[in-house]
Design a protein around this ligand. Structure first.
Ligand SMILES: [Zn+2]
Ligand SMILES: [Zn+2]
Length: 229
């Protein structure tokens, strides 16, 4: 089922669209801390001189909870990160792209869906004490925490806001037959079920008796009408 029309207001949506199993509340284990640390860039190597630049080309395991109801990045899946970190007056400008494997389920026919998303990223992280930090809210401009720049929230938000709420296995997936539940794309084009209007059901049965008799079947043997009176 599509979780459909949730308003996508940037600040509130990331939490609202988190799956129920997200471990945000639990104390992180050592392994979880190590996984989270892999997404943090130590800025001491970049330096604060405006114009200095560093490429960040890595494959980093995805953290848990990067998904929406029907599709998401599997926990630990390899995310290819191609980012450039540039020191600017107010902070660090992060730009580039990430390639993320996603798996899920077709919202129409429930078949597994697998894809790789390539997402563009561009974001300014503000230095503590910068004018940008002083004049913007924490939900508007991301902050640099000491010497560390945490890329995980940026990548997670970019992914979660891009994921379709109703993913489909093919763009024109026809879904399931409402009568037999089979995938319509696997069935012949003329697949249908004989549907008789209930108001005419009795008439249709009598008509069936009539044709049975006409074909020479013994009277009564072809009739199972429980409503016969
Ligand atoms: Zn489908
Ligand atoms: Zn059917």
């Amino acid at each position: 089922m599509p979780a459909a029309s949730q308003p996508v207001s940037r600040a509130a949506s990331t939490d609202a669209r988190r799956p129920a199993g997200d471990p945000a509340g639990a104390a992180p284990t050592a392994a979880e801390k190590a996984a989270a640390k892999a997404w943090q860039v130590d800025l001491r190597e970049l330096g604060r001189r405006a114009g200095s630049m560093r490429e960040w080309e890595k494959t980093i395991p995805a953290l848990p909870g990067w998904g929406v109801e029907m599709i998401g990045v599997p926990d630990g899946a390899p995310v290819q990160v191609h980012l450039r970190l540039e020191s600017v007056m107010e902070g660090v400008l992060v730009s580039g792209s990430v390639q993320v494997p996603v798996t899920g389920q077709c919202a129409r026919c429930l078949e597994p869906v697998e894809d790789t998303f390539s997402l563009d990223v561009q974001e300014l992280y503000a230095y503590a004490g910068s004018t940008t930090e002083a004049t913007s809210g924490e939900d508007e401009v991301r902050r640099i925490d000491g010497d560390l720049l945490d890329l995980a929230p940026l990548v997670r938000d970019t992914i979660v806001l891009t994921l379709p709420l109703s993913p489909t296995c093919t763009p024109d997936c026809a879904g399931l037959c409402v009568d037999c539940g089979e995938r319509l794309d696997d069935l012949p084009a003329d697949h249908s079920h004989e549907v008789i209007d209930p108001r005419f059901a009795g008439l249709a049965e009598r008509f069936a008796d009539f044709t049975d008799n006409a074909d020479g079947v013994q009277p009564g043997s072809g009739s199972t009408d429980p409503e016969e009176n």
